[in-house]
Design a binder for this molecule. Structure first.
Ligand code: PEP
Ligand code: MN
Length: 355
């Protein structure tokens, strides 16, 4: 997908990496907004103040945002601190109110990116308007929906465009609230290299202590922009209390993060990297060869099962194989979840080859 977008430093100038969009999950009161913003403005990395005005909550009877009055508070924050403002929109009315109250940047939330009707409505509402739009990934791990939303906005003429990676919801319990599945934002970057990519470690981690390590992972991958939730009194926040950090903690954290932004230029390092890449590519080629050979044996066993009327799925064999491979993985210091997922894919393919 080759689409023109305006480089981010032309519409969001920043001298520091990471550059950060920070502010509370939700606008709650004028005081809460102003106090948070006063804490954030002294932090050189923070370039934009965010706050949710309309909150799409998973369950009813939770705090659903203060609505239009919050836009006045955003304007007050901007008047006092000079920080540009950003909020989430989910329909035409939200867009129109943001334009009326001169919000600087809008974003499409994860629960809206999943709905092509809602995204199209927002795209139509910003057609011909010069306002940057950020698109969060959909809550489910589907790159197509994320790309589709970005395309709808681009087709409506939006050129100040960026994507926000906030992780993907999972049914299983895991360390993070939302699984980062880094391969998805990386694939988005491969398909649309010009599109700026921002990481939201707050919604990925879901807990205060994990915001920093996730932000560091994003930087280590090469992502330079972050959206982080910050509240003057996080424990009393009306939404996402567990993942919000105070402005002071956020500023200290941003100072601690290590930035990797050097190109591969040193000749010696370049050569070493090339040699290591050659080794890795050689192993990759071997893995593909071995997989091809494995599938040939699979087809042969498939023929035998067919001849003798034996069902393809042999649960006991699959369980034994998995158990053995996981033990081996552990012995070799490999991540067991990784090996499990890998063999689930291989096994699914093997079943397919026998049908
Ligand atoms: C938010 O940023 O507060 C929010 C609701 O995010 P998401 O759409 O990623 O859940
Ligand atoms: Mn939130």
């Amino acid at each position: 997908m080759s689409k023109a977008v305006i480089p981010i430093d032309r519409w969001l100038p920043h001298e520091h990496i990471p550059w950060v969009i920070a502010g509370p999950c939700s606008a709650e009161s004028a005081e809460q907004m102003l106090q948070t913003a006063r804490g954030l403005v002294s932090c050189p990395h923070v370039k934009v103040f965010r706050a949710g005005i309309w909150k799409p909550r998973t369950r009813p009877n939770s705090f659903e945002g203060v609505g239009e009055v919050g836009l006045d508070w955003l304007a007050q924050v901007k008047a006092e601190t000079g920080l540009p403002t950003a909020t989430e929109v989910a329909n035409t009315e939200h867009v129109e109110l943001c334009l009326k109250h001169r919000v600087d940047i809008i974003w499409v939330g994860a629960r809206t990116t999943v709905s092509p009707f809602a995204v199209q409505e927002i795209a139509d509402a910003v057609r011909g308007v010069d306002i940057p739009v950020l698109v969060k990934n959909p809550i489910n791990a589907e790159l197509g929906l994320w790309l589709g939303a970005i395309e709808r906005l681009h087709d409506a003429g939006v050129r100040k465009l960026a994507a926000i990676h906030r992780g993907f919801s999972t049914y299983v319990e895991m360390q993070f609230r939302n699984d980062p599945k880094w391969q998805i934002p990386i694939e988005l970057k491969r398909l649309f290299p010009e599109l700026p990519l921002i990481c939201d470690p707050s919604h990925i981690s879901g807990s205060r202590q994990l915001v920093e390590p996730v932000a560091q992972m994003a930087l280590d991958i090469g992502i330079q922009g972050l959206m982080i939730e910050s509240h003057i009194d996080p424990d009393r926040a009306l939404s996402d209390a567990r993942q919000q950090v105070t402005p002071a903690d956020l500023c200290r954290m941003l100072e601690r993060l290590r930035v990797r932004n050097a190109p591969i230029s040193d000749r010696d390092v370049k050569q070493k990297i090339s040699r290591l890449r050659a080794e890795i590519s050689h192993i990759d080629a071997k893995i593909i060869q071995d997989l091809a050979e494995r599938m040939r044996w699979v087809e042969e066993i498939g023929r035998l099962k067919r001849q003798h009327n034996i069902p393809v799925l042999q649960l006991e064999r699959w369980e034994n194989l998995l158990e053995k491979h996981l033990a081996k993985a552990k012995e070799l210091g490999l991540d067991e979840d990784f090996i499990k997922s890998l063999f689930e894919i291989i096994h699914t393919q093997a079943i397919k080859r026998q049908l």
